[in-house]
Design a protein. Structure first.
Lengths: 269, 273
């Protein structure tokens, strides 16, 4: 019996590998393909020239730098504003809690293009179109709920007895928070900030609607490359965009469980 | 008092960046050049080509959701059945679509399903008609891209429920001689139904709302998805009022479809339980 389940499970693992890894592998192969005949399973030869190409002709590095800068500022603001809100939601009787939850739910249920159209109109009037601050602001709409969600679950997981002990030992409220609560919540806050960073780095839809002339992020650069039909350079730009996320997700997963990450995706959707 | 001070900046910022644009969208949807209340656009959004687009949007999203729930439930059970090291491999595999940004996911699917492309060649090499995979640009490629990108959402939602499953019932069933299939159908499956519904609902909402993936992987003009229609109206033709009306219609239709699905499915789930 155990043996039969074992064989079925490994067959399932193989099927999962084929379904999930094939598109990723195809993308990777296109990025190093030195010529891929129609009807061939693999490219005829391999090359790294497309990576040099996107650096030389597609301004990939300035776009990557801009994306990283925007993501850093977005994550920082999200942390600054979202961490206290997460603490309050987890620990304190917050007036209008339902209103806050309803607002985030409404954001989850509203298609990004709908928010994008409204944002484009408002930004045009406010002079935020195609600006650094405008892109950060647009990214905060998605990044902030991720940060608040992470912060709230981090603070909720702390045993109040530890804080009470510090209080009994004579520490004031602020000292307790600084020396007990904050260090315990730090991994969760870090995870939240990393998720906000990744969200901003990968954001395409709203950025596409409000930017792209002066401020071209890497996702926008990738889209213009693939729209021009440069198949292999677009694949190389894709790999360049995914690489930082892979490293960062690995960091997040040292803190957050995989199943919780699925829930976070639902919030960011 | 302290709580209000802590949440105020986040609420204000979020209201400014979400509620203000949404208010603008709502005003554009019902307002017009003559600044009168105008609902004609909603009638237009629910008839003719836009109605066909709405169906296309909801049906492709539903198809992706069904694929994700079916495959995702399998993946969740796989994660539990595999021994430690193999489970780690499966977890890394599940992570791939999660880490890949939407446009990159769409582009990867587009390349994979190119006519005469890698998958087509692979199918031909093992004696299957390669044309099965020549679907880039069409509705099948759209569903494939949505399903691939959102598979982890459904899989991880079901996996979380599976982890929290009440094992005592399974053991009791085994004690009275129930086989593995009997145990799965009578005990495990009914307990997973709520997670399958919420995982599927999430995929449905995200699928119906998708813009980036559709932009890259789907080339059809009519029918196309409502998010593409909104983009075309606003940024292609400058029809911001119509774009806004379409946006609100889609939001309401998605939520309505969701409520209906949950109502339709819940009773049978409760019955099975």
């Amino acid at each position: 019996m155990l043996r039969r389940i074992g064989i079925a499970a490994f067959a399932g693992l193989g099927a999962l590998a084929v379904v999930v890894a094939t598109p990723a592998l195809v993308l990777l192969l296109y990025s190093v393909s030195g010529g891929w005949q129609s009807g061939a399973v693999f490219p005829a030869e391999l090359t790294l020239e497309w990576y040099a190409y996107i650096v030389r002709y597609e301004n990939a590095l300035p776009a990557l730098t801009l994306s990283l800068r925007i993501a850093a500022v977005t994550a920082f603001v999200a942390l600054l504003v979202g961490a206290p809100a997460g603490y309050a939601l987890a620990r304190l009787p917050v007036p209008g809690r339902q209103v806050i939850e309803l607002m985030f739910l409404a954001k989850t249920a509203t298609p990004v293009i709908v928010v994008g159209v409204g944002t484009a109109v408002v930004f045009l009037r406010a002079g935020l179109t195609d600006t650094f601050a405008g892109i950060v602001a647009a990214h905060l709409v998605g990044a902030l709920p991720l940060m608040i969600w992470s912060a709230a679950s981090a603070f909720r997981a702390i045993d109040p007895a530890l804080e009470e002990a510090a209080h009994d030992a004579g520490a004031g409220a602020f000292r307790t928070f600084l020396l007990v609560t904050l260090p315990l919540a730090r991994p969760g806050l870090t995870a939240g900030a990393l998720l906000a960073f990744i969200y901003s780095l990968d954001e395409f839809a709203i950025t596409f609607l409000i930017s792209g002339v002066e401020y071209t992020t890497l996702p926008l650069r990738l889209y213009s490359t693939l729209q021009q039909g440069y198949i292999e350079p677009a694949a190389a730009a894709s790999v360049l965009l995914v690489a930082p996320s892979v490293v960062l997700i690995a960091l997040v997963l040292r803190i957050v469980r995989l199943t919780d990450l699925g829930a976070a995706q639902g919030h960011a959707g | 008092m302290a709580a209000a001070a802590m949440t105020a900046p986040a609420i204000l910022l979020f209201a400014l960046l979400f509620l203000v644009p949404m208010a603008s969208t709502m005003r554009l949807a019902v307002g017009g050049d003559d600044a009168e209340f105008n609902v004609a656009r909603f009638a237009q959004a629910l008839s003719g080509p836009y109605l066909a687009d709405l169906w296309f949007t909801l049906v492709t999203a539903l198809a992706a959701a069904l694929v994700c729930v079916a495959v995702g439930t399998g993946v969740a059970m796989l994660l539990q059945a595999l021994p430690g090291w193999a489970r780690r491999i499966a977890e890394v595999l599940v992570l791939i679509p999660l880490v890949v940004p939407h446009i990159v996911a769409a582009y990867a699917i587009w390349l994979t399903l190119l006519p005469g492309g890698p998958l087509s060649a692979l199918l031909a090499a093992i004696g299957l008609p390669g044309a099965l995979a020549d679907v880039s640009g069409g509705p099948a490629a759209l569903v494939a891209a949505l399903a691939w990108k959102f598979l982890p959402v459904a899989a991880l939602t079901v996996a979380a429920a599976l982890e929290g499953l009440d094992r005592s019932q399974l053991e009791a069933a085994q004690d009275i001689g129930a086989g593995p299939w009997q145990r799965f159908l009578a005990i495990t499956a009914p307990q997973l139904v709520p997670a399958m519904i919420s995982g599927g609902a999430l995929v449905f909402i995200m699928g119906a709302a998708q813009f980036s993936i559709t932009l890259v992987v789907y080339v059809g003009k009519s029918p196309t998805t409502i998010p593409m229609g909104i983009y075309h109206e606003a940024f292609g033709m400058g029809q911001w009022n119509m774009a806004s009306a379409l946006g609100l219609t889609l939001t309401i239709a998605t939520l309505g479809g969701l409520a209906l699905t949950i109502r339709l499915v819940r009773p049978s789930g409760a019955h099975a339980a």
